[in-house]
Write a protein that binds this ligand. Structure first.
Ligand code: ADP
Ligand code: MG
Length: 609
């Protein structure tokens, strides 16, 4: 007898282990089968599910179908029609390419493929249950291919126990179908669950119509299109206003040549495009297609094929950030007043919906829910309206002088609407003014903060930061290591308007700061800078410095809530806000600078509508 302990695993076990890479849950079955249907050139894909997909996933297409010899190989591991040799891996244009999916499913479920070529008389059927392959039979069926996967993991109970409730598995399956529908324009999709239709898009629907069908009209109507080209690379799609942002990235969708991808470079592009418009920790909503030569990207880096590697990601990054940022700045950043109304209603112990219900005949809710706030999004960021100025006790300070406007600014057509008319200052913080279709409330501090921030940003971009030299250098105490860090980057800091020098062993002397900071707090700037340098450990990048140091400084130096403003000062503040265009709708921390109440909001509040 031998003491040898190594033996070959039976093929079924090998396949079951490999299946773990590809098939984790019903949603992965849906993903692989839908990809196969699309690779077969389907114009219509039908997905039928039972019990969240655990009992049945069936995907039918009207694609090319298979001949008998191909069908006989379909369940074999590493059998594919999509690659011939390694060189094909450089330019993969299909969604699948590893030839693993059907083999994996065959080993962990009861599967059957029914298929009929366009030109064939009849259809063929092949079953594979738990790795045992049957024979190819002739059957009657329409053109195209149907793959059925029943009782997933019936022979691997440990895996089956990991499945969640049917509703959870169903929502994951639907997510896959919806992503495919948003990625594959020109293809129609239908999904059913326990014989009930749960999702559909017609082949003729464009991207916006598909988004509307999937996520509702509220979001679809607020989206702004993005479109740009750089050589053979094209980006197109939609970005949402910052108020639609969420805690997760579930509505941040990138499609690379139709394939849904989750890629770090692409995520960073979006983050960068929304820089300064989102509250910390919030994720923007966007749907973007990237069309590029398959040779410029490697999709063979991840088992689920969700991650990719771009050959020239620096260039792509610059191109995308510019394109996206242009779209983002055109979104409507105003905070709708209706969110405030909802809150006021809640305070009175009655939701508007209840009030509406007590006035039958007046109910006219869109989508039957809420106040048009997008479904399952968080409420808008709206601040409590304080009855008293938060800093009312602080001595009123003079408002910083405002730069002269170009002559024509006052005569621009939009100027009239935004600048004329009386203002009301409430609690020495909020400016209330009438608009042609309602009124708006401006937070003077937030607006001034945004003005200072945008000015700094522009200066830095144009490489001409005006420095205000301090008559008496301000000495700030720091640690030795902080001092070293600051000195190490002294030249880089000088280029962005922060001039400092050593002063003894644990002090720095600040000689100059950007002139835009009207009440500069040198100690605060130095401390924030030291913090940033210690954290990142590299030369300060202008964008980081703005983000983490100067915008805090601009906040500190802006006119604080509580300053009583003269009418001239109010006008000057609003004029400068107008110059910013859409950017004036939030402060750099993404608090709203202005909240708009439309006539519609008012009519709802007073039950006229
Ligand atoms: P891959 O998609 O990586 O090639 P699969 O295991 O998913 O591997 O599929 C194996 C092969 O079976 C495919 O290469 C294709 O030739 C064929 N096939 C699978 N699904 C379909 C379908 N819906 N229509 C036509 N052929 C299909
Ligand atoms: Mg496949």
């Amino acid at each position: 007898m031998s003491d040898a302990v190594i033996h070959r695993l039976p093929e079924l076990v090998i396949n079951q282990i490999a299946a773990g890479e590809v098939i984790e849950r019903p949603a992965s079955v849906v993903k692989e089968l839908v990809e196969n249907a699309l690779d077969a050139g389907a114009g219509h894909v039908q997905v039928d599910l039972e019990e969240g997909g655990a009992k049945l996933v069936r995907v039918s297409d009207d694609g090319v179908g298979m001949v008998a010899d191909d069908l006989a190989l379909a369940f074999e591991p590493h059998a594919t029609s999509k690659l011939r040799d390694a060189s094909d891996l450089d330019h993969i244009a299909s969604l699948g390419f590893r030839g693993e999916a059907l083999a994996s499913m065959g080993s962990v479920a009861r599967c059957a493929i029914t298929t009929r070529r366009r030109d064939a008389q009849g259809a063929l059927r092949l079953a594979n249950e738990g790795g045992r392959r049957g024979d190819v039979e002739e059957v009657g069926a329409p053109r195209g291919t149907t793959v059925e996967v029943r009782d997933l993991f019936y022979n691997t109970p440990a895996r089956r126990r990991f499945l969640k409730r049917p509703s959870t598995e169903l929502s994951r399956c639907l997510d896959v179908v919806q992503r495919a529908a948003l990625g594959q324009l020109g293809v129609g999709f239908v999904a059913t669950h326990d014989s009930r239709r749960v999702f559909d898009v017609e082949a003729g629907m464009d991207l916006l119509a598909r988004i509307r069908r999937t996520f509702g009209a509220e979001l679809a109507e607020a989206l702004v299109p993005v479109e740009a080209e750089d050589g053979s690379t094209r980006v197109f799609g939609f970005v949402a206003p910052p108020r639609f942002s969420r805690r997760d990235t579930a509505r941040q969708m990138w499609f690379l040549n139709g394939r849904s991808v989750k890629d770090r470079v692409l995520l960073r592009c979006l983050k960068e495009a929304y820089r300064g418009f989102l509250v910390e920790g919030r994720q923007p909503v966007a749907f973007l297609h990237l069309a590029m030569d398959p040779a410029l990207v490697d999709v063979n880096v991840h088992p689920a094929k969700a991650e990719v590697r771009f050959r020239d990601d620096r260039r792509l990054f610059g191109f995308l950030v510019n394109a996206l940022r242009a779209g983002v700045s055109r979104t409507d950043m105003a905070t709708p007043g209706e969110a405030l109304l909802q809150r006021a209603a809640a305070r009175d112990g009655l939701s508007l919906r209840d009030r509406r219900a007590s006035h039958p005949g007046q109910s006219s809710f869109r989508d039957g829910g809420g106040l048009g706030v997008p479904r399952d999004s968080e409420p808008f960021v709206v601040r409590e309206v304080p009855g008293e100025a938060p800093r009312a006790s602080a001595a009123p300070r003079a408002v910083p002088p405002l730069v002269d406007l170009p002559d024509d600014a006052m005569h621009a057509p939009a100027a009239e609407d935004r600048l004329r008319g009386p203002f009301l200052q409430v609690a020495r913080t909020y400016l209330v003014r009438a608009l042609p279709d309602g009124f708006e409330v401006v937070d003077q501090h937030a607006l001034h903060e945004r003005i200072t921030y945008e000015g700094l940003l522009r200066d830095l971009r144009e490489g001409r930061v005006e420095v205000q030299r301090l008559l008496v250098p301000e000495v700030v105490e720091v640690s030795r290591s902080e001092l070293e860090l600051l000195l190490e980057h002294r030249d880089a800091l000088a280029r962005i308007g922060i001039e400092l020098d050593a002063f003894g062993e644990t002090d720095v002397a600040v000689h100059g700061l950007p002139a835009r900071l009207r009440h500069p707090d040198a100690a605060g700037v130095v401390r924030d800078l030291a913090d940033l340098l210690a954290r990142t450990g590299k030369a300060p990048d202008a964008a980081d410095v703005i983000e983490e140091v100067l915008h805090r400084a601009s906040c500190r130096s802006s006119c604080m809530a509580g300053d009583a403003l003269s009418e001239d000062e109010i006008r000057a503040l609003l004029e400068r806000g107008r110059e910013l265009g859409a950017a004036d709708q939030t402060c750099p921390h993404a608090r709203p600078t202005r909240v708009r109440f439309t006539l519609d909001d008012l009519e709802r509040a007073f039950h006229r509508k």
